[in-house]
Design a protein around this ligand. Structure first.
Ligand code: RFL
Ligand code: PHB
Length: 401
């Protein structure tokens, strides 16, 4: 059998934790484990340049920033990131500022996932972390017992084998780890719309993110820096991003974001990146099987409306690193045994919040739904209780929630 043969003549290594995936979850986990004196080896199918350049999330919760700072990863974030007190919520004719700092005592940071990823790559390189990029044929073995292993083919075509005490599946929604948890229960909601996202070389036309409900569909004005804007439009599933002209994109954004209302103007600029992202909620449970632990997108996907995907990945590995350090350094399995239950409390809170933001802001084409959405938006924006609920969830709950 080819798999068995491969195991026999593979180049072997031994580490405490084999980490599959060098996205934010995998690299932050290797960093936190190293701080706790636990060794790891990371394998990643893509190249280092590719993972550093992937344009994805942009918002860090207060507790994510605290965790990154405590781990020595906060210097560039503090210098180049942008603290935001809140967001604007709007619908035609009305724009309301929700000040999270006033409402719940904490704000959020605008700092792109690309930057988090670059900081992690630099920190792991400085620490001499072993990371194998551009690998293929990654397979997990013996996860039921306490001597699991991961086999793969490295960039040079050599068959490799990592023997470990534990495997961390941080390989996102398409990696092999999630399928290695047998009899996992899956909860899923697929939404009938996608996000068309653009990156543009133009100063943001707003000081805070704008979440806009509009009869033509949701729009979001976000940003990456003083000179780079990030904007999104609700579009039907299956939309080809190349089929829209730049002019059509900016016209649609201007309409939905309220260009001309109360003197506000949207300034267009050169579009440097465009993509269409389908939206779904997906939760798998449990997040542990034997010596395999899932973290980040490998265990759950949220629609981006609540800005939770990256923050959930960070919260998972905060818990997982503590659990693995206690287990592997002190022989204490209590946190490892509780990992899935502990992580899932926050996962479901964020899954609910992301679903709620998504269904409140995206138009379905049903007139009844639109009236309910507008009523909900008015209540959230104008009632202290409504605004506080949104703020508490958006700015983020404590890591141990
Ligand atoms: P990642 O970042 O997907 O990293 C997983 C890593 O595993 C690698 N991999 C493998 N490695 C080894 N062997 C295999 N067989 C492997 N298969 C895959 C992958 O190459 C990758 O490097 O997951 P992680 O670390 O859990 O981090 C989660 C976040 O990246 C994610 O939640 C967010 O980026 C979600 N997300 C967004 N969230 C937001 O809050 N706002 C956004 O605007 C936003 N945009 C996005 C997104 C996710 C996207 N994806 C996954 C399709 C836009 C996109 C396109
Ligand atoms: C982003 O800047 O990419 C972003 C911001 C807020 C969201 C989703 C994405 O809710």
């Amino acid at each position: 059998m080819p798999g068995g043969h491969r195991l026999l003549d593979a180049v072997g290594m031994r580490t405490q934790v084999a980490i599959i995936g060098a996205g934010p979850a995998g690299l932050l986990l290797s960093h936190l484990l190293a701080l706790g004196g636990v060794d790891s080896v990371v394998v990643e199918t893509r190249s280092e340049d590719y993972v550093a350049a992937r344009i994805r999330a942009g918002i860090l919760e207060h507790s994510s920033v605290e965790l990154l700072e405590a781990a020595g990863l906060g210097a560039r974030l503090r210098a180049e990131g942008d603290h935001h007190r809140g967001i604007y919520l709007q619908w035609p004719g009305e724009r309301h500022h929700l000040d999270f700092v006033d409402l719940v005592g904490r704000g959020v940071w605008v700092y792109g996932q690309t930057e988090v990823q670059k900081d992690l790559i630099a920190a792991r390189a400085a620490d001499g972390q072993e990371i194998h990029y551009e690998v293929s044929d990654v397979e997990l073995h013996d996860v039921d017992g306490d001597r699991p292993s991961v086999t793969f083919v490295d960039r040079a075509g050599r068959r490799m084998r990592i023997e470990a005490d534990a495997i961390a599946g941080c390989d996102g929604s398409f990696g092999p780890s999630r399928a290695a948890v047998p009899a996992a229960e899956t909860f899923e909601r697929v939404y009938p719309y996608s996000w068309f996202g653009i990156l543009a070389d133009v100063a943001p036309s707003t000081d805070e993110l704008i979440y806009a409900w509009h009869p033509d569909g949701f729009a979001l004005h976000s940003m990456r820096s003083a000179t780079v804007s990030r904007l999104y439009l609700q579009v039907p599933n299956g939309t080809d991003p190349q089929s829209w002209s730049d002019d059509r994109i900016w016209t649609e954004l201007a309409t939905r974001l309220g260009h001309g209302e109360n003197g506000w103007k949207l300034t267009p600029g050169p579009i440097t990146d465009r993509s269409v992202l389908p939206m779904r909620s997906h939760v798998r449970t449990p997040m542990r099987h034997g010596s395999l632990y899932l973290a980040g997108d490998a265990a759950h996907i949220v629609p981006p409306t609540g800005a939770k995907g990256l923050n959930l990945a960070i919260a998972d590995v905060a818990l997982l690193s503590k659990a693995l350090i206690a287990q592997l350094k002190e022989g204490n399995p209590v946190l490892a045994d509780r990992y899935s239950d502990d992580a899932q409390r926050r996962v479901w809170r964020c899954t609910h919040f992301s679903w709620w933001m998504t269904t409140m802001l995206h138009t379905s084409g049903e007139a009844f739904d639109a009236q309910l959405q507008l009523s909900q938006l008015r209540w959230v924006a104008k009632s202290q209780a409504g605004a506080t609920g949104l703020a508490e969830n958006y700015a983020g709950l404590p890591i141990g929630y």
